[in-house]
Design a protein around this ligand. Structure first.
Ligand code: DHB
Length: 331
């Protein structure tokens, strides 16, 4: 019997992608070598940079990342990296080569609205930046805009003001936002009320890490990372159910013109399938790729393809966003 060929193409912001998976910002994306490794994998559809600031930053003292709960392929992570990055102009320069091969997204995480606007202005108006093959900008709203205030995406009036100023500045490049997880239906409604006022918004990536977890080594009776007394953002297997809920909740609310990129808890191809079923147009992978390197993309695409074959699907559109609710049981 002739084997059915599987079409894994998708799109985000009308940008055509050969595969629905790539790195989550923060993983394999701080240096040109790491970014190049993601781009060179035949199994990725794009690449996104480490969230950057205007100037380079060293980040927090180590240990600032720890894997935990690993069994088999799966596992989780905690981090408090403190935004170590090489600064915006480095990531603009990297686009020259890398953006010729695959869509190259720059993630921004300024520590104030002013810093974000300065970076957006550079990307929009700087002549060098204009020449670079940059596919789009992802504005990371999971960082505080003001010290002592909540993260921008947890402060809906700050989120509104940030987006208002962002879209006043930004007309040229497609722009999406990265959001922290929400846990309350009213908060999904409130986030939607803010986002829907910005028709230029092209995608929403959910989720960033679940904030301020505490992972402990009971033998040494101490935390596993140093910054913030051991508190850090959680990723990997422990966040999957929250990530799927956020993808589904946003896909249900947002208009079709805004894509949802799923991120969180992917440790195999079926996890990608689940994100797509909840309505994601593409899926980013963090903790698993940090643990397994770029060969992890090949493993996951192999598993996704096998799952689709078993289910007789030949393209992502046949099941994307088609999650059903289980029927009530008789007993
Ligand atoms: C960092 C962590 C995040 O969750 C994020 O969205 C951006 C940066 C960091 O600690 O480097």
């Amino acid at each position: 019997m002739e084997s059915q060929s599987i079409d894994l193409t998708t799109s985000v912001a009308d940008i055509k992608l050969s595969s629905p998976i790539w790195n989550a910002s923060g993983v394999m994306c701080t240096t040109i070598d790491d970014l190049g490794a993601v781009v060179s994998s035949p199994y990725t559809g794009a690449v996104v940079t480490k969230s950057c600031t205007l100037l380079p930053r060293q980040g927090n003292p180590k240990p600032r990342y720890a894997a935990f709960g690993f069994s088999g392929a799966g596992g989780s992570s905690i981090n408090s990296m403190g935004l170590p990055n090489n600064g915006l102009s480095y990531y603009v320069d990297c686009a020259r080569e890398l953006g010729r091969h695959k869509p190259y997204f720059i993630s921004l995480a300024g520590l104030s609205i002013e810093e974000n606007l300065q970076m957006l202005s550079t990307l929009e108006h700087d002549e060098l930046a204009q020449e670079m093959p940059i596919a789009g900008i992802e504005l990371n709203l999971s960082c505080p805009n003001l010290p002592g205030k909540p993260q921008t995406c947890y402060d809906f009036s700050a989120m509104d003001e940030t987006l208002r100023q962002t879209f006043e500045m930004c007309n040229r490049l497609p722009l999406g936002v990265k959001l922290s997880p929400y846990f309350d239906p009213i908060h999904f409604d409130m986030a939607y009320e803010v986002l829907k006022a910005y028709p230029k918004l092209r995608w929403v990536t959910c989720i960033n890490s679940i904030g301020n977890g505490l992972v402990i080594d009971p033998i040494r009776e101490q935390t596993v990372i140093h910054p913030k007394n051991g508190l850090g953002g959680l990723g990997g297997q422990v966040v999957k159910a929250t990530a799927l809920s956020n993808v589904w909740n946003f896909r249900k609310r947002l208009p079709d013109s805004i894509d949802v990129i799923g991120c969180g808890g992917v440790t195999n191809g079926l996890d990608v399938f689940e994100h797509l079923l909840c309505g994601a147009s593409a899926v980013e992978i963090g903790t698993f790729i940090r643990a397994n390197g770029v060969k992890g993309f090949q493993t996951i695409i192999g598993e996704l393809t096998r799952a689709m074959k078993i289910k007789h699907y030949t393209s992502l559109d046949e099941f994307r966003g088609k999650l059903k609710t289980v029927m009530p049981s008789q007993k």
